[in-house]
Design a protein around this ligand. Structure first.
Ligand code: ATP
Length: 199
């Protein structure tokens, strides 16, 4: 599994459609200060579902959309597609390539696609869960991340290891089931109250 390509359009400092092909080897991106290197890793984090604009070095989500320059108007939406090799079937899907797309409009509307099929954010999160990638994953180590991992509370540090060990999907499902169980128990109490009133 490796990143094959990244397509960016209208995202931060990339108004025009820009395609980066990575290949299976190591890729280094170099450039002067402020030329947009970190915006590329922001684009990868964003397409994997990041919801916290501060993690994307912005104040609000709209800041990911190209904001215009003296010579160019601002864009109405940002779109990023990440194409990942899946020949090893790390993603439990038949396709040998998985393309994840996220589009965000100034109106605040979001769209997500997996291999051009419209999906929910939840589906994108589940796709990446336990692969080591994803917004909760440890695959993107930004400046200060190591310090953060070392200084967080032990419970949060455990989550990093759980993701690496491939068990966070089960923890997530367990949490979901517990929430459902709680709602069902609350409904049962209400029904029992009603039955008692009728008797
Ligand atoms: P450094 O080497 O200093 O870390 P860098 O190459 O990583 O720099 P980035 O931080 O990726 O650079 O890019 C910063 C540039 O992106 C700035 O010029 C900033 O104006 C531009 N930028 C960020 N968000 C937007 C946006 N929404 N619209 C237009 N330009 C943007």
């Amino acid at each position: 599994m490796y990143l094959k390509a990244l397509e960016i359009q209208g995202f931060k400092s990339f108004p025009d459609k820009t395609v980066l092909n990575f290949g299976a080897d190591i890729t280094a991106i170099v450039g002067p200060n402020g030329s947009g290197k970190s915006n590329i890793s922001d684009a990868i984090l964003w397409v994997m579902g990041e919801q916290n604009s501060r993690q994307l070095r912005g104040a609000k989500m709209e800041d990911v959309i190209f904001g215009g320059t003296e010579k160019r108007n601002q864009m109405g939406f940002a779109q990023v597609t990440l194409i990942i090799d899946n020949t090893g079937h790390i993603f439990p899907r038949d396709e040998s390539e998985v393309a994840v797309t996220r589009r965000y409009y100034r109106s605040g509307e979001s769209e997500y696609y997996i291999n051009r099929q419209s999906v929910r954010l939840k589906d994108v999160n589940e796709l990446f869960m336990d692969t080591g990638m994803g917004r909760e994953g440890y695959s993107i180590i930004g400046q200060g991340k190591i310090d953060e991992i070392l200084s967080v509370k032990s419970g949060e540090r455990r989550e990093v290891f759980e993701e690496a060990a491939g068990i966070s999907k089960f923890r997530h499902r367990k949490d979901e089931s517990e929430r459902k169980l709680q709602r069902t128990e609350e409904n049962l109490v209400r029904i029992n109250d009603k039955i008692a009133e009728l008797e």
